[in-house]
Design a protein around this ligand. Structure first.
Ligand code: HEC
Length: 119
């Protein structure tokens, strides 16, 4: 039995090595700035799905609440406008998130929404 599991781990070794190599390659291909932004966008996506999706729909497509990717903004579409909409809420039923999420998380959601709008 011991021999078999040893054999198995030997088979796994090249696979693990390959994974490790492809991961480092990916990092080498992008500049530090890009990595920072995509990290932020990914973080924002996770929070969006947890907190915002139920109202604003998948990928900001809208649902019971406004679409966030059609280029039309009731309260403005600059980073600052979107930040203000999220942090302070808006009168038509948009809750404020400043207390629950804080500055850093809200910034990551702004990055995520901006990223959706460039697609
Ligand atoms: C309970 C439902 C609900 C949730 C949850 C919610 N929103 Fe909203 N949101 C709304 C409604 C309704 C509006 C429209 C408010 C208005 O017209 O005054 C809105 C407006 C907005 C706007 C302004 C859109 C524009 O046209 O200017 C942004 C940006 C936004 N929401 C982002 C978010 C983000 C990001 C989250 C998650 C942190 C979120 N919302 C969570 C209901 C929600």
């Amino acid at each position: 039995m011991k021999n078999i599991s040893l054999l198995r781990s030997l088979y796994l070794l090249p696979v693990l090595l390959l994974v490790a190599i492809s991961c480092t390659d990916e990092k080498a291909g992008t500049s530090a700035g890009q990595t920072d932004v995509s990290k932020l966008v990914k973080q924002g996506a996770v929070i969006y799905e947890e907190k915002c999706l139920k109202c604003h729909g998948e990928n900001g497509q809208g649902g019971i609440c406004p679409n966030l990717v059609d280029g039309k903004w009731k309260y403005g579409g600059t980073d600052e406008d979107i930040y203000t909409s999220i942090a302070g809420g808006r009168p038509g039923g948009m809750p404020n998130w400043d207390k629950e999420l804080g500055d850093e998380k809200i910034k990551s959601i702004v990055a995520y929404i901006k990223n959706l709008n460039t697609k």
